[in-house]
Write a protein that binds this ligand. Structure first.
Ligand code: NAP
Ligand code: ZN
Length: 352
């Protein structure tokens, strides 16, 4: 067993605080990782506060992990001690269902094991995430951080990056595509960068007029304040794909109306309460689709990391010590983050 220091939520309302726990004894296929950085995803907050229900407390959140390999099991072939690696939202899956067979572990029919708030097969205990100083992960769920990539700014790629990359690929975005991104937060700013790098024309939809300059700098060709109907109307029936990253329920109709015939709006934002049901006519009149997408498979996550390295893409981050996590959650709720908090886990040692 590996003694681990971390930060946990203990119930839906109290602030996160220090929590010590044991990681499993590493097995032959396991990679032991000293965690250096962990991104702060809005899903961490949803889970810490049990907004989706059923959180298994204490919960140590964090599924945007970058760290250094400290040891490998006897059967590990892909990683060596000292290498910089990543861990995203999954640490295990059944490996034999239709989803896993296609490398779509996130759609494992027997349920993948989440990096936190999941059940570890080896021990039957709750998995604990990256707001901590070490983790033990089966090598099949470990990613390689490309040479030269800034480790802190790479961390958010492990969730925000793959969650937006996967639908952009699935809906075949490339030169000639016109892509809308709704919400300029952690996921949204990655969607803008990735869609732009894939060659698309990118329109960013925001509720925050103050994010305009940033959105243009990040790669958007146009920025629309979604509450301004005239600005919205300028893009009517023109978009091939919309990636909607908003973390709160809202009216989907004004966005569906911006899709051209056969266009799709894919929901990746996962609010705790449902969106109001959209008007059916917004779908049937131009044969539009409303879809959803969950993170991405392991092979696709590696492809995304390599794509980012090739295109010089990382996340725009604000590094924080773990002690600032509760304040960071409040700021994330206000949309006051440019555009991802990343915890420097060195701060845990400093406090110990
Ligand atoms: P985030 O950084 O908080 O960004 C969400 C953005 O949504 C905000 O920056 C804001 O952008 C916009 N927004 C508009 N109205 C809002 C409101 N009332 N409350 C909150 N946000 C509002 O969050 P994130 O980490 O990108 O995550 C976004 C959502 O995706 C979360 O629900 C998260 O759980 C989910 N998620 C899903 C997956 C998946 O696999 N599908 C993976 C990771 C995360 P503007 O200021 O530009 O309007
Ligand atoms: Zn996430």
């Amino acid at each position: 067993m590996t003694h681990t220091h971390g930060y946990a939520a203990f119930d839906p309302r109290s602030p996160l605080g220090p929590y010590d726990f044991e990681r499993r004894t590493p097995g032959p296929r396991d990679v032991s990782i000293e965690i250096l950085f962990c991104g702060v995803c809005h899903s961490d907050l949803h889970t810490a506060r049990s907004e989706w229900g059923g959180a298994k407390y204490p919960v140590v959140p964090g599924h945007e992990i970058v760290g250094r390999v400290t040891a490998v099991g006897s059967e590990v072939t892909r990683y060596r001690e000292g290498e910089l690696v990543g861990v995203g939202c999954m640490v295990d899956s059944c490996q034999h269902c239709a989803g896993c067979d296609e490398g779509l572990e996130q759609y494992c029919l027997n349920g993948f094991t989440g990096t936190y708030d999941g059940i570890e097969k080896e021990t039957g205990r709750t998995t604990q995430g990256g707001y901590s100083d070490s983790v033990v992960v089966d090598e099949r769920f470990v990613l390689r951080i490309p040479q030269g990539m800034d480790p802190a700014a790479a961390a958010p790629l492990l969730c925000a990056g793959i969650t937006t990359y996967s639908p952009l690929r699935r809906w075949k975005v490339g030169p000639g595509s016109k892509v809308g991104v709704v919400g300029l937060g952690g996921l949204g700013h990655m969607a803008v960068k990735l869609a732009r790098a894939m060659g698309a024309e990118v329109v960013l939809f925001t509720t925050s007029p103050g994010k305009r300059e940033d959105a243009l700098r990040l790669g958007a060709h146009d920025v629309v304040v979604s509450r301004e109907s005239e600005q919205m109307a300028a893009h009517a029936a023109s978009l091939d794909l919309i990636v909607n990253t908003v973390a709160a329920p809202h009216n989907l109709d004004p966005f569906l109306a911006l899709l051209k015939r056969d266009g799709t709006m894919v929901l990746v934002g996962a609010p705790a309460e449902p969106h109001p049901s959209p008007t059916v006519f917004n779908l049937i009149l131009q044969r539009r689709s409303l879809a959803g997408s969950l993170i991405g498979g392991i092979a696709e996550t590696q492809a995304m990391l390599d794509f980012c390295a090739e295109h010089g893409i990382v996340s725009d981050i604000e590094t924080i010590p773990i002690q600032a996590i509760n304040d960071a959650y409040e700021r994330m709720l206000k949309g006051d983050v440019k555009y991802r908090f990343v915890i420097d886990l060195g701060s845990l040692k400093a406090a110990a």
